[in-house]
Design a protein around this ligand. Structure first.
Ligand code: HEM
Length: 262
C-alpha cells in the first residue's frame, strides 16, 4: 500500500501562529472519506489541525484518524462558521462527532456552547460548539462525523503550532483480488498464508478469515501480538489471550473477510 504524503507546507507557512486557535493547519475531508480507515491520518494528533467536514444532507458520514502517544493529551474543539445555515440550526440538526480511542472506547462530543471567535487569517467568524480534552491512549484515534442536515463543521485537533504530516492512502480494503478471492466455500489457508506481512496481514481465527492489517498499529496489547498472527491460523493465540472478552471480539468482527474454506 502506497501512501502519499500531502505536503501542506505552503498553507502551513502562510498560517503563522498568533494565538492557538488561529493557526490550525487545514485538512478538508473528501466525499470518499466515509470511514476512518478511508479518511486521512493526522500522524501526530498533538499538532494543530483544522479538519473541515461539509455535508449536503442528513446521514452523510466523513471520518479521519489521528495518532497519539502515551502522555499526550487529546485536545479537540468543534466549531461552525457564524453564518447560515449552520448558525441558525438547532444543536440536534448539527453534525455529531464520535471520537473512538484505540481501545475502542468511544464518546460523542457534546454541544454545550456557541461562543464567538474571530479567526483573523481567513477573517472568518466562528462559533465554538464544544471543547474536549483528555489524556491520550497510545495509538490511533478515529473521528467520525455524521450529518443531521446540510451543514459544515470544523474539528480542531491538537495545539502544537508546528507543521504536521497528513497521510492519505489507498485504504486497505478486503476487496478480493484475483489471487485473493474467496472460493464459494470461503478463503483457503493458502490465501491466508500468502498475506503474512504487516502490509498485508490476514489471519484465520475460529474458522473465519480476517484482514488485520489496519489493526496492527491500534492493538492495545502491542503490534507484535498481531503481526505474529499474520499468515497463520491465530485461533489459539487469540483464545489464550481474549477468550470470552467482548471488546476484542467486537473489534475482530470489523476485520472479517469471510469464512475459512473447510
Ligand atoms: C486479532 C486478534 C486480536 C484482537 C482483535 C485484539 C483486540 C484487543 C482489544 C480490543 C484489547 C483491549 C481490551 C480492553 O481494553 O478491554 C486488547 C488488549 C490486549 N491484547 Fe489483544 N487482540 C487480539 C490478539 C491478541 C493476541 C494474539 C495477544 C497476545 C498474544 C493479545 C494481547 C493483548 C494484551 C496483552 C492486551 C492488554 C493490553 C493492555 O491493556 O495493556 N491480543 N486486544
Amino acid at each position: 500500500m502506497k501512501r502519499a504524503i500531502i505536503a501542506l507546507a505552503l498553507l502551513g507557512s502562510l498560517l503563522i501562529p498568533a494565538n492557538p486557535a488561529s493557526a490550525h493547519q487545514p485538512v478538508v475531508l473528501l466525499n470518499s472519506d466515509t470511514s476512518a480507515a478511508k479518511g486521512p491520518l493526522l500522524v501526530d494528533g498533538t499538532v494543530s489541525f483544522a479538519v473541515r467536514a461539509s455535508f449536503t444532507k442528513s446521514g452523510e458520514k466523513k471520518a479521519f484518524r489521528a495518532g497519539f502517544k502515551a502522555g499526550d493529551s487529546v485536545a479537540v474543539q468543534l466549531l461552525i462558521m457564524d453564518k447560515k445555515p449552520e448558525n441558525k440550526l438547532k444543536n440536534s440538526a448539527l453534525p455529531t462527532v464520535i471520537i473512538t480511542a484505540p481501545s475502542g472506547a468511544s464518546q460523542t462530543l457534546k454541544i454545550s456552547e456557541r461562543t464567538k471567535f474571530f479567526e483573523p487569517y481567513s477573517a472568518t467568524n466562528y462559533l465554538y460548539l464544544s471543547r474536549y480534552s483528555a489524556p491520550a491512549e497510545a495509538g490511533i484515534y478515529s473521528f467520525t462525523v455524521t450529518a443531521k442536515s446540510k451543514a459544515a463543521v470544523t474539528i480542531a485537533v491538537g495545539e502544537k503550532e508546528i507543521r504536521g504530516e497528513v497521510l492519505r492512502g489507498e485504504a486497505p480494503t478486503p476487496t478480493p483480488t484475483p489471487t485473493a478471492s474467496a472460493t464459494p466455500a470461503g478463503y483457503t489457508l493458502e490465501q491466508v498464508k500468502a498475506n503474512n506481512t504487516a502490509q498485508k496481514c490476514w489471519s484465520a481465527i475460529n474458522g473465519q478469515v480476517y484482514d488485520l492489517t489496519t489493526w496492527i498499529s491500534s492493538h492495545p496489547g502491542g503490534a507484535g501480538a498481531i503481526t505474529s498472527l499474520c499468515g497463520t491460523d491465530g485461533t489459539s493465540a487469540y483464545i489464550n489471550q481474549h477468550k470470552g472478552q467482548s471488546q476484542p471480539a467486537s473489534r475482530l468482527s470489523g476485520y472479517l473477510l469471510g469464512p475459512l474454506a473447510k
